[in-house]
Design a protein around this ligand. Structure first.
Ligand code: TRP
Length: 459
């Protein structure tokens, strides 16, 4: 296991390569920044009391997220194939067991499962672009907005229409491939996302509640920090950075040789965290200015922001901008969720990219029906006290991602020789490499194990 292996010749991905280090950073940032940052991060922060949660979240990104992301990019760039075949090749190369392929399989399945509900929420977002543009939020009260949301999600066929629309948007980009699909999309969408987010934040600064929000987000109050909050913050760090599933591994497989893995991972994690914090700074002033409850939960955006947009001057424009922004963020994430499955079909069944995208899309689209029905005709049908949607979310976020994360850390830290990881990462500072190996061998797997045990109720 610890025998040095000769350096393998550089592989080429049959799926293409990013044009530059910069497009990789854009694409991976696009994958990381999504509903997790703009919808989930604010409501979790609200539920867990603000600043202390934010601090732990940022600590987890720095200490666990960055080394884990480096490991995934490294494995992807070394294997240059779909996560399943990458793990097969790397296991062969290191003399490890073929069982390590489980990382690829579990990630590929998790991606399809996550996308099946992600697309439904993406569909809600499109519908909300039109609702705000149509002036439906004008003068809305809290009850009115809640009613609007409930009426909407309880109409399965309307939601199904928007979910289908979102799936088509996603699969069209994926079918076009690395260079003309993913890359073109993110080059335009990522800068647009930043501009839109800054505009909503600019509005929030005029509400008079901006400094209150800053205090809520950044003045540490450790009395509000429970064990559960710490674990939730860590789980959110992994979800938000798209780790443990193969997204970063497949994007890493398109990275040109010579790109600094440590540098780009820090840039991606930094950008992801910045977007989450800016989203918090954009949303909380609106919440406070309208006397809303920060801990309202997952409904925070869809049920309460329309009230704010409905009452503020220029709310029509800001409402449309906000939901367009959320749609863009969800779109660049959704394409990354299905990429491991699409590349697997291309490699294993010699399918064209278009055909592979079509079949993956159809499967995910049909699975999405379960989530749609969870909010209406199946809302009373539960297993382990969870709806179909709740169960999917629990299975993927709380079980599959942490498990994948542990396996990736163990493979990168223990199975791969230090010679290979050192030459692949090519960190010039020897202390930097030592820090990474310490984090990836011990800290990351143990910390993620704690999250996992917590999720299944053992801790
Ligand atoms: N990180 C994205 C978000 O914050 C979602 C996402 C994309 C994801 N790819 C992933 C989450 C892979 C987990 C694993 O919305």
């Amino acid at each position: 296991m610890s025998q040095p292996i000769p350096n393998t010749p550089e592989r080429q991905s049959i799926h293409g390569q990013w044009s530059s280090r910069w497009t990789f950073i854009l694409a991976a940032t696009g994958a990381a920044v999504g509903l997790g940052n703009i919808w989930k991060f604010p409501y979790l922060t609200g539920e867990h009391g603000g600043s202390a949660f934010v601090l732990v979240y940022m600590l987890c990104v720095a200490a666990l997220g960055i080394p884990m992301m480096m490991a995934e990019v490294m494995l992807g760039r070394r294997g240059r194939q779909s996560p399943v075949n990458t793990m097969q090749t790397l296991a062969e190369e290191t003399g490890g067991s073929q069982w390590w392929q489980i990382i690829g399989w579990s990630g590929t399945v998790a991606g399809v499962l996550i996308l099946s509900y992600y697309s439904v929420i993406g569909g809600w977002t499109i519908a909300y672009v039109f609702k705000s543009a149509g002036g439906l939020f004008h003068g809305a009260t809290a009850e009115g907005a809640q009613q609007l949301f409930e009426d909407f999600v309880s109409s399965p066929w309307i939601v199904f229409f928007w979910h289908s629309f979102f799936m088509v948007m996603t699969m069209v980009v994926v079918a076009r491939g690395v260079k003309s699909g993913l890359e073109k999309a993110v080059q335009f969408l990522m800068p647009a996302l930043f501009v839109l987010l800054l505009m909503v934040m600019g509005y929030s600064m005029t509400t008079g509640y901006f400094s209150k929000s800053l205090a809520f987000l950044f003045t540490p109050d450790f009395s509000r920090l429970s064990g559960t909050s710490m674990l939730t913050a860590m789980g959110q760090a992994f979800f938000s950075l798209s780790l443990g599933m193969g997204t970063i591994m497949i994007y890493g497989s398109y990275v040109p040789k010579g790109t600094s893995i440590a540098g780009t991972s820090c840039a991606i994690a930094g950008a992801d965290t910045a977007v989450a914090l800016i989203a918090g700074m954009a949303i909380f002033p609106i919440v406070f200015a309208n006397g809303m409850e920060p801990g309202a939960g997952p409904s925070l955006i869809f049920q309460t922001l329309p009230v704010a947009f409905g009452q503020m001057t220029g709310g029509l424009v800001f409402g449309v901008l906000f939901f367009v922004l959320l749609l863009v963020a969800a779109w660049t994430s959704s394409i990354s969720l299905i990429e491991p499955a699409v590349t697997l079909l291309i490699e294993r069944f010699a399918m064209t990219r278009a055909a592979a995208s079509f079949w993956c899309g159809v499967l995910t689209w049909l699975l999405g029906l379960g989530t749609i029905f969870s909010f209406n005709i199946w809302s009373g049908t539960t297993l382990f006290n969870m709806t179909f949607f709740g169960l999917l979310d629990f299975l993927t976020s709380n079980l599959m991602l942490p498990l994948g994360g542990i396996l990736i850390a163990v493979f990168a830290g223990w199975i791969m020789t230090q010679d290979s990881s050192q030459s692949e990462l090519n960190i010039t500072n020897p202390r930097g490499y030592k820090a990474w190996i310490l984090l990836i061998r011990f800290i990351a797997p143990i910390a993620v194990l704690i999250v996992l045990l917590h999720a299944v109720g053992f801790l």
